[in-house]
Design a protein around this ligand. Structure first.
Ligand code: 13P
Ligand code: SF4
Length: 364
């Protein structure tokens, strides 16, 4: 393989087929990193292409990367992930730091399912049938900054898939109910882990009056779950699990909690992308592990652990994560602190930071 593979700090997997033009781009990226040294940190989400993860300084799930963003002293933070992740890093960064994303259009379809106006309208409607003083808003990291600010200013917090259980416990210890948005599946899976019954939660359809619920159901519910989802994860179906069990009876199946509760119930384990990485790492050599999450992570794990058989439950790619390419990363590194800088308005930043800080202070 080409000489630079061994030098890539993120541990670029051997055997990953790289187009020749990417080889040159990666050389140029490494040269820019060398020139910028401690002024620069590149954070790469686990769903990034292996070549991007390979040149990142840190790889992680969305919680790990938010912690790294809050802790780094580097002047320029380049976030290889989707927009809400870079925006969260910008909220947590110091005023002298800049956060850049290689493609500003790398969004998240699930985050787009809850707009601030719709959530405010829902809150007002809820106030007509229940006390919002006892309603704790919790927003999934996969959301725009304004929603994090909405929660921060109303005594709520942000959570990721790795701390949703702790966040829900936190919420239920402070109020009677949680209003969670935008991922109904993570909400339901977390409710199941808490041992809540189906009658304890309702789904809020933003298109319907009172979210499509009767007032008495809302009054009784402990959780109100916004009707949003991730199409990358709802693609995994019960039939995929049944087929994998038949083909590989010895396999362990691990899925992300953005999958439906039916899929999670049939899997052996579920957790954040960081959890999935550890699950494979801790599996004994020779193990077969079938994974229900974004395909780039599954492929990378298969290359990194050649002595385990790592398989995808089904092919599912996040097109937004895939927008980050070596060419776009290099373009950003050529103009540190200049292009695609994420800016969050002052008041939004302040309240969103409150909600993020509450998450960072959670005990698992
Ligand atoms: P993690 O927090 O598990 O990294 O998940 C982020 C995400 O967008 C999953 O679709
Ligand atoms: Fe958003 Fe789903 Fe992509 Fe994660 S995998 S960034 S939730 S669309």
């Amino acid at each position: 393989m080409k000489a630079h593979r061994g030098r890539l700090p993120g541990g670029f997997p051997e055997g990953w087929p790289l187009p020749p033009e990417d080889e040159e781009l990666l050389e140029a990226i490494l040269a820019r990193k060398q020139a910028l040294r401690h002024e620069l940190v590149i954070l790469a989400h686990h769903y990034q292409r292996p070549e991007i993860v390979g040149v990142g300084d840190y790889r992680g799930d969305s919680f790990d990367l938010s912690r790294k963003a809050a802790a780094t002293k580097a002047r320029h933070i380049v976030f290889c992930g989707v927009h809400f992740m870079a925006e969260s890093a910008a909220i947590l960064a110091q005023p002298h730091q800049t956060v850049q994303i290689p493609d500003l259009h790398a969004g998240c379809l699930m985050a787009d399912m809850a707009a601030l106006e719709a959530v405010e309208t829902a809150w007002e409607e809820l106030a007509e049938v229940t006390s919002t003083a006892a309603l704790i808003p919790i927003v999934y990291m996969n959301s725009e900054a304004a929603l994090k600010a909405f929660c921060g200013s109303r005594g709520g917090l942000v959570c990721t898939s790795s701390n949703a259980l702790a966040a829900f416990r936190w919420g239920l210890s402070r109020g009677e109910k949680i209003f969670f948005f935008p991922d109904r599946h993570l909400g339901r899976n977390t409710a199941n882990r808490l041992g809540l019954a189906p009658a304890d939660h309702v789904v809020w359809d933003p298109e319907a009056p009172l979210g499509g619920n009767r007032p008495e159901d809302i009054r009784r519910a402990r959780l109100i779950l916004w009707d949003g989802h991730c199409h990358v994860h709802t693609r995994f179906q019960v039939d995929h699990i049944l087929a994998a069990r038949e083909a590989y009876p010895e396999a362990k199946i691990v899925v992300h909690p953005e999958c439906t509760a039916e899929v999670v119930a049939l899997a052996d384990a579920s957790g954040s992308t960081g959890f999935i990485v550890n699950y494979v790492k801790e599996a004994p050599p020779g193990a077969t592990i079938v994974i229900g999450t974004e395909i780039n992570l599954v492929h990378r794990l298969a290359l990194e652990y050649p002595d385990r058989r790592v398989l995808d439950l089904a092919y599912s790619l996040c097109p937004n994560m895939f927008k980050i390419s070596p060419a776009k990363l290099l373009a950003i590194l050529e103009h540190p602190g200049e292009h695609n800088v994420i800016a969050v308005p002052g008041e939004v930043q302040e309240n969103a930071r409150l909600a993020l800080d509450r998450m960072l202070a959670l005990r698992p």
